[in-house]
Design a protein around this ligand. Structure first.
Ligand SMILES: O=C(O)C(=O)C[C@H](O)[C@H](O)COP(=O)(O)O
Length: 218
């Protein structure tokens, strides 16, 4: 095991083992960020990936990191090297990408926060692994093969841990999590668009609790 591999492994492993569900949220208004994070945490989901798809994303990360210390908040949709510093400056505790460009794999090798590249094939897994990464997001999970692909990848590469994301639903999370190479799943179902626009944060807590309850029942 290279030094790089072991250096990257531990913090990302802790992140992957923290919560079986990672809430993927695209926050429309930064002023709602803290309420959304608190609602998720109250429901038991304390890892939040804020996608960099809205203008308020970085501010939302900053506010959650400052005001909701009991959650781990990070950035999603990290697609370019230029996003690295703003993400760190906002106080993100981790970063997820939908892909695994060589530029990103290299840029995050010395990152102070875990970086989780997105992969969709054996070659992408091996490429990310060659840069020292052991924890990856399978994206878009349902489209590229879902559970069947994860099982197939696990045979030659049993040491890689995945967070399938993209098309995962409350009802299918448990099926993914029973695979030995899946530590957690990501999904946007915890913050439906209509719930965000209505500001019904109690509903966010309810969905989070119901999702975890489904996992407990298997
Ligand atoms: O923006 C990113 O960084 C992504 O990789 C995409 C998100 O993870 C998916 O959009 C979540 O998928 P759904 O749960 O199907 O909505």
């Amino acid at each position: 095991m290279s030094e790089l591999f072991s250096a990257q492994f531990k913090p990302t492993e802790a992140l992957f083992n923290r919560s079986p569900i990672i809430a993927v949220v695209s926050i429309d208004k930064a002023e709602n960020a803290v309420a959304i994070a608190r609602a998720l945490a109250e429901g038991g989901v304390d890892v939040i990936e804020v996608t960099l798809r809205t203008p308020s994303a970085l501010k939302a990360i900053e506010l959650i990191a400052r005001d909701v210390p009991d959650v781990a908040v990070g950035a999603g949709t990290v697609c370019e090297r230029s996003q690295q510093q703003p993400v760190l400056d906002a106080g993100a505790q981790f970063a997820f990408s939908p892909g695994a460009t060589l530029e990103l794999l290299e840029a995050y090798q010395d990152s102070p926060i875990p970086f989780v590249p997105g992969v969709a094939s054996a070659t992408e897994v091996l490429t990310a692994k060659s840069y020292g990464y052991s924890h990856m997001k399978l994206f878009p999970a349902e489209v590229v093969g879902g559970r069947a692909l994860l099982k197939a990848l696990g045979a030659p590469m049993p040491d890689i841990r995945f967070c399938p994301t993209g098309g995962v639903r409350m009802e299918t999370a448990a099926d993914y999590l029973e695979l030995p190479n899946v530590s957690c799943v990501g999904g946007s179902w915890l913050l439906p668009a209509e719930v965000q626009s209505s500001g019904n944060w109690a509903e966010v807590t309810r969905i989070a609790k119901a999702s975890l309850e489904l996992l407990r029942r298997g």
